[in-house]
Design a protein around this ligand. Structure first.
Ligand code: SCD
Length: 675
């Protein structure tokens, strides 16, 4: 399947904006191109909702309280990877990742601490949770209940968008089939008991982060939205009622005009889609969205420049009429956000809201020929893409076969080649380079300390609870899964008697096992963009050895951000190297076993979760001493030196070009192969 091309000729949109006139002055009216509300920010500014979470509930609670006291208007919880994947902190597979890229939540007791002193009847809370959505929603509901807030008083959003996990983000647990049942259980439960709660945040953000263009991001998001509506309809869920609480989440990259057009087009397409499903509610047709500035657009070198990038991206979100916004911290290409960088990110939104007046005008780009035409082009692109998806069997079939992932991967490869060939210039990365200046105050995550604390808390919880009640509740949950009942009430019962998040997921995975999606990696003509000399040297090395070079690339731990790893696999294959790519969530033992079967000339590990020291210490202790180890990912400069001391040959980060990587690898391989 091929992606259609956006009707655009070098910046000039060529599609006539047929419906431009009918959109004029139509703020707050279907099809809502010009905004979901008549007065937009004149009536209510967008919600400042910074996504955050780290270490334990206590540390994140303190961070939340500080942000709220500084003027943040909503909360957005980032959970750590073990929580996403339904492993309690004391599980063997969790050890490296506890509290690193989000907060560790093992039970309702953690959730209670997370919101201690925060009135859940007053502050709207968004939770980015998909795989382990049942126990996390249950923890939230029970924690609120124990705070004295009934479910019908809770406002907020649960992400609950599993399709994009298979396509791009990779924090899924069960098969797509089972998970779609879970999604609809949550949606049905919320619509019956939590009328103020958005039961989904249908997300495009992660597609753009994985490599998709804004138009592909929109097309896949709308295709998923359609697939969910179809699924809910088949489940007998009343769409008229639930559609009001289905919200959206988009990324904001550096293609300024396209991003504004994308948000305008999204509202048109959702309104049109609901017409197709014969939904009459105007409120449901009003697409409401959260936006986040792009992580992938941030550079490692000259990190302060990222403040400029984030501001421009945030402005596209405001011009596009977002309801809620997260602005990224300038140091995110180097490490997890520091306090200082988080503060700048938050205050960027204050400046936009209070100093610039950019929210005073509703849809300020409306009526511009370029913008109306660009919006129309986006709409046409999405329609064409939707037809293609349907011809190929629909979203669910393409998710299962991995084709939608491949689509994004192809665009990521193209971007990598464009950057290498300087067709796409990134200041500080491939042009106007200057030495990397590390930010002053990097956040150091006390993961080992958090692991100890969480394990202690889990042990205490298990001592004081009624084990019989937990066992009965988990058996009831499992039986409900078998008989295909709505799993939400059963999970709430289990969480209430202090079953853990991991135990609830274990009860379900005993019924429907853990799933691993198929992986395909496309080839791409990278060599045409590298120095001819280096390509030749690889060929010579291989002929001198009289065999192809062999490499293993793997992601270790629970981190599923695989864009970079897959680009490297394609690059190495194009250099004539035979590359094995392990399925995500590999352990160090998996790698050792794989190498023992047939030793590799080099092993490359990709780690973006911050757990690099943990994994590299393990692998260098276990692997044969003559195997060169390479690491790629988000690695702070101070850790780079530590990794090299432990035994890593070369550490690659976002600042390295593919040519640099090819040269460094070659130099090491020449030594390692003793040629
Ligand atoms: C708002 N209202 C208005 C109005 N503006 N009424 C009249 N005129 C206006 N101008 C009303 C609304 O109708 C609503 O009322 C209430 O005010 C609140 O406004 P809202 O627009 O609903 O705002 P908010 O409560 O903030 O909700 C925004 C979304 C919600 C709908 C978009 O879903 C949300 O907050 N999403 C955030 C998702 C998120 O944080 N995701 C993080 C993802 P009612 O209440 O009566 O309806 C992070 C992530 O994945 C990171 C990447 C990764 O790690 O992988």
């Amino acid at each position: 399947m091929k992606a259609p091309s956006l009707a655009k000729i070098e910046g000039v949109y060529s599609v006539a904006p047929e419906t431009a006139d009918s959109w004029r002055d139509a703020h707050g009216k279907a099809p809502f191109v010009r905004g979901p509300y008549e007065k937009m920010y004149q009536q209510k500014p967008w919600t400042i909702r910074q996504y955050a979470g780290f270490e334990g509930a206590l540390e994140t609670n303190a961070f939340f309280k500080r942000a709220l006291s500084q003027g943040q208007t909503g909360l957005s919880v980032a959970f750590d990877l073990p929580t996403h994947l339904g492993f309690d902190s004391d599980h063997d597979l969790a050890a490296a990742d506890v509290g690193r890229t989000g907060v560790a939540i093992d039970s309702v007791e953690d959730m209670a601490v997370l919101f201690d002193g925060i009135d859940l009847g007053n502050v709207s809370v968004s939770m980015t949770m998909n795989g382990a959505v049942l126990p996390i929603m249950a923890c939230f509901i029970v924690a609120a209940e124990e705070q004295g807030v009934a479910p019908d008083k809770l406002s907020g959003t649960i992400q609950n968008d599993i399709l994009k996990e298979y396509i791009a983000r990779n924090t899924y647990i069960h098969s797509p089939d089972f998970s779609m049942g879970v999604v609809s259980d949550v949606v049905a439960y919320c619509s019956a008991h939590m009328p103020r709660f958005n039961s989904m945040s249908i997300s495009g953000y992660h597609f753009q982060e994985a490599g998709a263009s804004p138009e592909l991001e929109l097309a896949l998001t709308m295709a998923n939205a359609r697939a969910y509506l179809t699924h809910f309809q088949q489940q007998g869920i009343d769409l008229e009622f639930v559609a009001k609480r289905l919200s959206f989440f988009f990324g904001l990259g550096m293609s300024f005009y396209k991003e504004v057009a994308k948000l305008r087009a999204a509202r048109f397409l959702w309104s049109e889609l609901l017409d197709e499903f014969s939904i009459r509610s105007e409120n449901a047709k009003r697409l409401k969205m959260h936006c986040q500035t792009s992580g992938v657009s941030l550079t490692e070198s000259s990190p302060l420049n990222n403040i400029v990038r984030t501001t421009i991206e945030a402005m596209a979100g405001v011009f596009g009429g977002t309801q809620s916004l997260h602005t990224n911290s300038y140091d995110e290409a180097i490490s997890l956000p520091s306090d200082q960088a988080s503060k700048v990110a938050l205050e960027t939104q204050f400046i936009l809201q209070h100093e610039t007046g950019i929210g005073d005008v509703v849809d300020p780009w409306g009526g511009s020929y370029m913008m109306e035409s660009a919006t129309q082009s986006m709409i046409e692109y999405v329609r064409t893409m939707q037809k293609n998806i349907e011809t190929e069997g629909g979203v669910l079939a393409l998710v299962a076969s991995g084709q939608l992932t491949t689509f994004i991967h192809r665009q990521a490869l193209q971007t990598a080649m464009d950057e290498e060939a300087l067709n796409k210039k990134i200041v500080g990365k491939n042009c106007y380079q200057s030495p990397t200046s590390s930010p002053q105050h990097q956040r150091v995550i006390a993961s080992d300390k958090t692991l100890l604390q969480q394990s202690k808390k889990l042990a205490q919880l298990k001592l004081k609870r009624d084990d019989g009640a937990v066992k009965r509740a988990l058996q009831a949950l499992q039986a409900a899964a078998r008989s295909k009942q709505n799993l939400m009430p059963f999970t709430i019962d289990a969480i209430r008697v202090r079953a853990t998040v991991g135990e609830c997921i274990k009860a379900l995975t005993d019924e429907a096992s853990r799933y691993l999606k198929p992986e395909y990696i496309e080839s791409a003509p990278f060599c045409t963009h590298l120095d001819a000399d280096i390509v030749k040297r690889y060929q010579t090395l291989s002929s001198q050895l009289d065999r192809p070079l062999r490499f293993l690339i793997a992601k270790v731990g629970l981190d599923g951000h695989d864009r970079g790893a897959k680009v490297i696999v394609s690059l190495l294959r194009d250099l004539g190297i035979e590359v094995d790519y392990l399925p995500i969530f590999a352990s160090i033992d998996d790698i050792i076993q794989q190498d023992a079967m047939c030793p590799y000339d080099g092993i490359g590990l990709s780690i973006l979760s911050g757990a690099h020291i943990h994994f590299i210490t393990q692998i260098t202790q276990k692997i044969r001493t003559d195997c060169p180890i390479f690491v790629g990912g988000v690695i702070p400069t101070s850790d780079k030196n530590t990794l090299e001391k432990i035994g890593v040959e070369v550490v690659f980060t976002a600042k390295h070009s593919l040519n640099d990587i090819a040269i460094s690898l070659y130099d090491t391989l020449v030594v390692a192969t003793k040629i």
